[in-house]
Design a protein around this ligand. Structure first.
Ligand code: CMP
Length: 482
């Protein structure tokens, strides 16, 4: 469409130029005949001397030619600009170029055709006129100069999304003219903002070539795990169209609300001008992801919680699944069903987010843990940096060293993902030891092996048996066993 238009205007300009050139040829070569014609038509009564009429005709014709020339020159200059920069020069700059170039050419032609005309007097008169005109055109000129400063500053460009002023006009910049900024809103309306008003207002710019972010809010029930909600939403959102793959979306808790955990999801867009569609898509993806993961959106409710023995934690003894979990732990294999049931009943369930520390090296400890779900890493600090010693999975246990020997914790244990552990305390273990004295021996062996893993220098095998025996008697002493 644009191409056809410029082709048409090119043809019109060419035809006009040819016609004007032909007329000029006649004006210059048949000046005598033209004078005769003027006398015959009695036009010399209107203006005298006669030559001035001919000079006036020539001035108009040369003026038209100058106009076509300036347009052609402008197309050439700004065409090259587009080729080099990849975008159109601002309308304002193009208009200023045309006005200045045409004025200069016109003055040149004028002084050529009317050499006797007193241009100085003309300018003096026009200076007075300028003051009068300036006052009358105060607003227009204000817009013009504000437009020039906008062009010079280039705080935004065509295609950027901007929000202007207290009324928060938001849209995509379509054009910056000598009078106004033209933006297309997301309701497909066109808003024109005077350059001079825009220069006084704050403008929020979301440049087209910048990674602009958006924030979408959602919530979950208090019973839903934050680590799970964050993971599920992050994965769902990063897959959505127009969500930039260059930065992973950030999902975080915004508030612990009255009846919901409030979250925000921050994501970056490839094309910011489409943020309405992308926000909607992101919300839709969150809904589906919640459905699949069994997460729940919260709506204002009041739940009456009856607190039992351990605030905020669930006693684990009632689940058959926990008995099953504990009976699958190596060291508890020799226990009877009743004994495992007793341990399961005494166990307390705790849930940890990825990266949370379950136990800390150097702290006292009087309980051990079984990994019910998830994974943990055992790590020690070496020269201020963590060294991973082991990774423990579902059914593995930890924290037994401090529990059985009474010494401080030997390592940090950190959850690698959302992890649920079962905590078993000293008293419950003592009951088990009383009826299963052989358990102490297998435990002392495991502790010896794990200590080897903690040591920086590898130990010789000779020392292992002595150490194991030492641990065995330490456990017996600590638990008051014979
Ligand atoms: P405790 O010393 O109570 O606290 C840190 C725990 O890390 C420790 O008990 C063990 O349960 C565990 N741990 C230490 N070293 C190792 C290892 N080499 N392999 C597996 N677990 C270990």
């Amino acid at each position: 469409m644009k191409r056809r238009q410029s082709k048409n205007s090119l043809i019109i300009n060419l035809v006009t130029a040819v016609v004007v050139l032909v007329l000029l040829y006649f004006a210059f070569n048949f000046e005598e005949d033209l004078t005769g014609l003027i006398v015959r038509l009695q036009l010399d009564k209107i203006a005298d001397p006669r030559t001035q009429i001919i000079a006036g005709i020539k001035l108009v014709l040369l003026g038209i030619l100058a106009y076509i020339f300036v347009r052609a020159l402008g197309s050439l200059v700004f065409g090259m600009f587009r080729l080099r920069k990849g975008f159109d020069a601002p309308t304002l700059v193009r208009n200023v170029f045309s006005i200045v170039a045409f004025s200069l050419l016109f003055l040149l032609i004028f002084s050529f055709e009317f050499p006797k005309a007193n241009l100085g007097a003309l300018f003096t008169t026009s200076a007075i006129f300028g003051v009068i005109l300036g006052l009358a055109l105060q607003d227009t000129l204000g817009n013009f100069f504000a437009g020039i400063s906008l062009q010079a500053d280039r705080p935004f460009q065509v295609g950027d999304v901007i929000t202007v002023g207290a009324q928060r006009h938001t849209g995509v910049v379509e054009e910056i003219t000598w009078r106004a900024i033209k933006i297309r809103t997301f309701q497909n309306h066109v808003v024109l903002i005077n350059n001079s008003s825009a220069a006084k207002e704050p403008i929020e710019v979301c440049p087209r070539d910048n990674l602009n972010a958006r924030i979408v809010y959602f919530n979950t029930l208090y019973t839903d795990s934050p680590a799970k909600a964050i993971h599920v939403v992050r994965e769902a959102v990063r897959e959505a169209d127009n969500v930039s793959s260059r930065i992973t979306p950030i999902v975080r808790i915004r508030d612990l609300g009255e009846s919901a955990v409030d979250y925000e999801c921050k994501y970056w867009l490839d094309d910011y001008a489409k943020y309405n569609d992308t926000d909607a898509l992101v919300r839709q993806r969150i809904w589906y992801a919640f459905r699949r993961a069994g997460l729940n959106f919260a709506f204002p409710t009041r739940t009456l919680l009856v607190e039992r023995k351990h605030a905020g934690e669930k006693r684990a003894g009632d689940g058959g699944a926990l008995v099953e979990r504990l009976s699958a732990v190596d060291i508890f294999a020799p226990l009877s069903v009743e004994e495992t049931g007793m341990l399961a009943h005494a166990a307390v369930r705790h849930i940890f987010a990825p990266g949370e520390t379950v136990i800390r090296a150097g702290e006292p400890g009087s309980s051990m843990f079984v990994v019910h779900s998830g994974r943990v890493r055992v790590q020690v600090n070496e020269n201020g940096r963590p060294r991973a010693v082991a990774t423990l999975n579902e059914g593995d246990f930890f924290g037994e060293m401090a529990l059985f020997t009474g010494e401080p914790r030997t390592a940090n244990v950190v959850a690698l993902e959302e992890t649920e552990v079962l905590e078993i305390e000293h008293a419950a273990m003592k009951r088990v030891f009383d009826t299963n004295p052989d358990l102490v021996e297998s435990l002392s062996f495991i502790i010896t092996e794990r200590r080897k893993g903690l040591a920086t220098q590898p130990e010789t095998d000779n020392g292992v048996e002595d150490e194991s025996a030492g641990i065995l008697s330490a456990i017996k002493r600590f638990f008051g066993l014979s």
